[in-house]
Design a protein around this ligand. Structure first.
Ligand code: PLP
Length: 425
């Protein structure tokens, strides 16, 4: 039953582009009507027709504790009592910056913004200001928000050109963004050789999670650390998804590779809009009002959002067992898929992030990710949705496991996935 969702979607399409405020929510690639959500608690999300589903989207990552954690909600309510925004500094922002420096030691100094997009855009500006170079390297299939310079794809002469990946982005805005292949050191080396002393930074998702989940090959992140250092470029880890997800200290703790700048989003806001960028003192001193790199925000460090984020991080810090529990639950799902589907699918999992690709290939980069049969993914997605399991409405997104998923939720999920795959494969 999705009568009310259908009605709302029709109404939404009249005044909102495609009926949604972010494209993937439209369910376009899975050919279904999006569910309009009425509420969510713990592991469950409830739509406007009263369907209760076990949620593995978790708002695309922020919901590591599940929905509406009572302690987070309490802090938000309390914060609301003091006013919503002041446009002036608060004590909580100091606590947040101190906690970030404690949990992610490379973030000695950090600045709060309001989204992951803003965080990455700003970190890149800092890297350019600091190195006095213009070019950056990103990887095909990695997503870093929707700022102009990052919406690129490799041009036909891959080494020299990249072209806008969206209408409305002037080619001039993307000409300084070079595109390499994820997990392919040679493609990065070539770019450094072809652009000596011109590359300000390499920006990477330390675990790619926006082409489906693609973990870094052994040594790949170490290689990026080394080549950037040798060439006087900065290494930026976009940890908007991996921050507090793989470990308290993010992917940099998990893999023991320390970037120069880090960007955060999603979990760090505890369900409210926050992004963060930060790094070493010496680099972050470039940011105004201390230095010449301008960056500002009316709602930056918003007290309600900061309260939600701070409490979320404190809960994670108090509970050292959480990452082990997440690992076990996600592993159980991954094993179920492998047992049910065998060689017909590729399951990539790291910690509580996983993706099921409908391809017999090993998915290690964008090329292999797009070898997945998206029609089969749509079929799988639809079956799960109809059986009360809410997963990403796109092949190229992660499945997020949260601490609120109970053993019973996981068993139910595994049973549905097994039935679905057995019927399909
Ligand atoms: C979600 C995401 C972003 C963009 O964050 P928004 O808050 O949606 O602007 C940037 N980088 C990565 C790796 C992301 O997953």
């Amino acid at each position: 039953m999705d009568t009310r969702s259908r009605e709302l979607f029709e109404a939404a399409k009249r005044h909102i582009p495609g009926g949604v405020n972010s494209p993937v929510r439209a369910f376009g690639s899975v050919g279904r009507t999006p569910r309009f959500i009425a509420s969510a608690h713990g592991s469950r999300i409830v739509d406007v027709d009263g369907n209760e589903m076990i949620d593995y989207v978790c708002s695309w990552g922020p919901g590591i504790l599940g929905h509406a954690h009572p302690r987070v909600i309490e802090k938000v309510r309390e914060a609301c009592g003091y006013g919503l925004t002041y446009g002036a500094p608060t004590e909580q922002e100091v606590q947040m910056a101190e906690l970030l420096a404690e949990l992610i030691p490379s973030m000695e100094v950090s600045r709060l913004v309001s989204s992951g997009t803003e965080a990455v855009m700003s970190a890149i500006r800092v890297a350019r200001g600091y190195t006095k170079r213009d070019k950056i390297v990103k990887f095909k299939g990695c997503y870093h928000g929707h700022s102009d310079g990052l919406l690129v794809k490799a041009g036909s002469a891959a080494l020299t050109t990249s072209v806008p990946d969206s209408a409305g982005v002037p080619a001039d805005y993307t000409k300084n963004t070079l595109v390499a292949q994820y997990n392919d050191p040679a493609s990065v080396e070539e770019l450094f050789q072809a652009n000596p002393e011109e590359i300000a930074a390499v920006v990477v998702e330390p675990v790619a999670a926006n082409m489906g989940v693609v973990p870094p090959a052994p040594g790949f992140l170490e290689f990026l650390r080394e080549i950037t250092k040798q060439n006087g470029a900065l290494l930026i880890f976009d940890e908007v998804i991996t921050g507090f997800r793989l470990a308290l200290g993010g992917a940099q703790e998990y893999f023991h590779v320390t970037p120069d700048l880090t960007t955060l989003g999603k979990i760090v806001g505890g369900g409210m809009p926050i992004g963060v960028y930060g790094g070493k003192h010496e680099i972050m001193e470039m940011v105004s009002p201390l230095g010449p790199v301008y960056q500002a925000g009316t709602l930056s460090g918003n007290p309600i959002a900061t309260a939600a984020g701070l409490e979320t991080l404190r809960i994670l810090r108090e509970d050292p067992g959480i990452y082990q529990r997440l690992e076990e639950k996600a592993q159980r799902i991954a094993e179920t898929v492998r047992e049910a589907a065998g060689e017909a699918v590729c399951v990539n999992r790291i910690g509580s992030l996983l993706s099921i690709f409908f391809t017999p290939e090993q998915v290690t980069d964008h090329e292999s990710a797009v070898s997945s049969d998206t029609a089969r993914y749509a079929e799988y997605f639809g079956y799960l949705l109809d059986h009360g399991i809410y997963t990403a409405p796109s092949q190229f997104e992660a499945m997020f496991v949260s601490d609120a998923h109970t053993g019973e939720d996981i068993e139910t999920t595994c049973r549905v996935i097994r039935d679905c795959l057995r019927g399909m494969i």
